[in-house]
Design a protein around this ligand. Structure first.
Ligand code: ZN
Ligand code: ZN
Length: 409
């Protein structure tokens, strides 16, 4: 397969397997201007899959950067109603949403963090109906990545622009299983594997997990009492299967947001809003963040944690073996889509209601009452290492090794 054929297969995989676009469905594509060629391929594939209309939102980090530099706090803190409506409307219509990401991980380096905070809070609020429906799998959505020069150079600093982009393309296409066998079949197989792991953990139905490694993580987490492990394909209420992330190697569920004790130490820098948070740790007591530190970017960790009432509690716990295809490349991607699929992680903020029995039908208040966290934020951070030990504790106090030396025990 030559490079062009691989790209076509990738675009098709995103549309058919990732978003699983249905006949006569509207598709919304979010795409960076740098990746316009690939974006157009996705549009073409979406129509071929039967989409009745494809709406494209082009975004450009350089334009956004100029806005951060020049616009006032007041302007940045205001999302015009029509803009909110444009997203919330398509969520309401159950359009399939495809996001092609890939940009400079430090695009907003040096921007006043207050501006980033005000702007992210305004967006979270304006697009809340959209995000709620998304977290609830009310419509199909899929996030996939395409290289961009600055990003590629951050990942491969010792190569030329061209080489770095080519290497990042290889890494991305490998991670989504393109190039060797039939990609659609490979994803079916992969999905079965993730489902098996979920079934096993659902059988144990652990009460809590204990985490320990040499980086300093020493942490106990309660799992929500009716939690369900999920991984691979998810289903909309109409039973349309889709993959929210490409690649995806994680299986995840909802923690009890009132039961977390101890300290989690990051194993990978966290990209947040065009900045990096490095070598950080977060300490919890009774589910709530009581302390946090970072060697770099602590102000962005603060923005995440202080987003709202629920952003200082955990909403997701995810397991990824250290020995996974992405982590085996030993590439640090500086992008959560990849790094979260290379390491065990957690998310601060909103939970996925679909990972609780009947959670999709519960109101916000009901979810909160059963320990399923509610927030406008949802930010994954990675803590998995090659010496991570996770012990599962069952209702009757049995201790079972879940992860040993970073891998499934
Ligand atoms: Zn995750
Ligand atoms: Zn997450």
């Amino acid at each position: 397969m030559n490079h062009m054929e691989k790209l076509l297969e990738y675009a098709r995989l995103i549309v058919r397997t990732g978003a699983n676009v249905q006949k006569e469905q509207t598709v919304v594509l979010n795409c960076s201007v740098e990746n316009h060629d690939f974006g157009r391929m996705v549009v073409d594939e979406a129509y071929k899959a039967g989409a009745k209309d494809v709406i494209v939102f082009w975004n450009d980090v350089k334009t956004s950067r100029l806005k951060y530099d020049y616009a006032s706090l007041e302007v940045l803190g205001n999302v015009p109603a029509w803009q909110a409506e444009s997203r919330n409307y398509y969520a309401e219509q159950k359009a399939a949403v495809i996001s092609i990401i890939g940009s400079d991980p430090q695009a907003y380096f040096g921007v006043d963090s207050e501006k980033l905070k005000v702007s992210s809070q305004a967006s979270a609020k304006a697009f809340e109906p959209y995000y709620k429906k998304m977290m609830n799998s009310d419509f199909q959505w899929c996030v996939a990545a395409v290289p961009e020069v600055k990003w590629a150079r951050k990942v491969f600093p010792n190569h030329s622009d061209e080489e770095a982009v080519a290497k990042l393309w290889d890494a991305i296409l490998n991670s989504v299983r393109i190039g060797k066998e039939d990609a659609v079949k490979a994803w079916e197989k992969h999905n079965d594997f993730l489902r098996e792991k979920c079934a096993l953990l659902n059988d144990y139905h652990f009460e809590s997990f204990h985490y320990k490694n040499s980086l300093g993580t020493d942490f106990t987490l309660g799992l929500q009492k009716d939690h369900i492990w999920e991984g691979g394909g998810e289903y909309t209420p109409d039973q349309v299967c889709f993959f929210a992330n490409m690649p995806t190697e994680e299986i995840f569920t909802t923690p009890d947001c009132y039961r977390a004790e101890g300290t989690l130490v990051s194993s990978v820098p966290l990209g947040y809003q065009g900045n990096l948070i490095e070598n950080f740790s977060i300490t919890f007591h009774e589910g709530k963040v009581t302390d946090y530190r970072a060697e770099k970017g602590v102000e962005f960790l603060k923005i995440i944690i202080e987003t709202d009432e629920g952003s200082n509690r955990l909403g997701e716990v995810a397991l990824v073996p250290y020995d996974s295809p992405i982590s085996n490349t030993e590439i640090l991607f500086y992008d959560t889509l990849f790094d979260e699929n290379a390491a065990c992680h957690f998310a601060l903020g909103e939970c996925y209601p679909t990972t609780i029995k009947d959670g999709g039908k519960m109101t916000e208040e009901e979810l909160k009452a059963v320990g399923a966290n509610q927030s406008k934020a949802h930010v994954d951070f990675m803590i998995g290492t090659n010496d991570l030990e996770i012990t599962g504790i069952t209702k009757d106090g049995c201790e079972i090794s879940v992860f040993k030396n970073g891998n499934w025990a």
